[in-house]
Write a protein that binds this ligand. Structure first.
Ligand code: SF4
Length: 215
């Protein structure tokens, strides 16, 4: 079996409660969404077909116990569900970063989901697959709101309340779009919210810059 892959690399996990940990990334090609602030447009096309065995060999070379399966939208390729299971079978701690459009139901239960909820400024809020929020597990899954402005933050708060995400997810991440001018305003609103949420800055972009790929 194989997957269409854009890049495989070893780096530091830049986001979520796992930020700062060494992490191997398997970035799949393709995404059915078109978020206006997308920082991964280079994954929309191209890539190359890589066999599971070749991917596992590369991961063994890295020797890193934490692996993130990401994209693009990793769950848009059907073979990925089998791939995630085989990663788990090999003893890796597996993170699956998904844009929230595809159902997470078939994902191996040993993998940890980091689920994006698209806010209005993304232009894709209509395409959130809401049942994914009802599947979150409080001991391992995280939910991430990428916010571009205060209207997005208000939207995020409504969804947090509606789906009881503080109780139902391990972490609720509030992730300002990189370079957004009103970052201090968003940070202050988060600090005053009284909510058990985490401001999520993309560590890798501060280390290597926003345009550097493969890090
Ligand atoms: S879901 Fe992710 S990869 Fe797809 S367009 Fe949105 S930000 Fe980009």
């Amino acid at each position: 079996m194989d997957l269409r892959i854009t890049e495989i690399f070893l780096s530091i996990q830049g986001e979520s409660s796992h930020a700062g940990r060494p992490c191997a990334f398997v970035r799949l090609t393709g995404c059915p969404m078109r978020c206006v602030w997308c920082d991964s447009e280079y994954t929309f096309t191209g890539g190359e077909r890589v066999s599971f065995d070749e991917i596992f060999a590369k991961l063994e070379e890295f020797g890193c116990p934490l692996v993130e399966v990401t994209g693009g939208e990793p769950l848009a390729q059907k073979a990925v569900f089998r791939f995630i299971t085989e990663l788990c079978d090999r003893g890796y701690e597996v993170l699956v970063e998904t844009g929230g459009y595809v159902s997470t139901d078939p994902v191996d239960e040993r993998a940890k989901i980091v689920l994006d909820v698209k806010c209005p400024a993304s232009g894709e809020a209509e395409r959130n697959h809401w049942p994914n929020l009802e599947r979150l597990r409080p001991d391992k899954d995280e939910v991430k709101f990428v916010v571009a402005d205060m209207a997005d933050w208000e939207f995020a708060k409504d969804i947090i309340e509606k789906y009881r995400l503080i109780q139902n997810a391990k972490e609720v991440l509030v992730s300002p779009v990189f370079g957004v001018e009103n970052l201090p305003e968003i940070a202050e609103a988060v600090s005053r919210s009284g909510l058990k949420v985490r401001l999520n800055l993309q560590l890798h972009k501060y280390i290597w810059g926003a345009e550097t790929k493969g890090v």
